[in-house]
Design a binder for this molecule. Structure first.
Ligand SMILES: [Zn+2]
Length: 59
């Protein structure tokens, strides 16, 4: 299965899209990084993919 991810533009930390989907807005988990990552920052195709596959992500 394809896993959609978002890469922090500040530090390069990769966050899984399903994690973003459950939080909507989250602080970047990268060390010493204050960037805020939003589900809305994902490309539309990735957002749709996560929403379509919710059940598979939430095992
Ligand atoms: Zn970051």
């Amino acid at each position: 299965m394809r896993i959609a991810t978002l890469t922090c533009s500040d530090c390069g930390t990769i966050v899984s899209a399903n994690e973003l989907e459950s939080n909507r807005v989250m602080k970047c988990p990268g060390l010493d990084c204050e960037a805020v990552l939003r589900f809305a920052d994902l490309p539309e195709g990735d957002r749709q993919h996560v929403l379509d596959n919710r059940d598979q992500y939430r095992l």
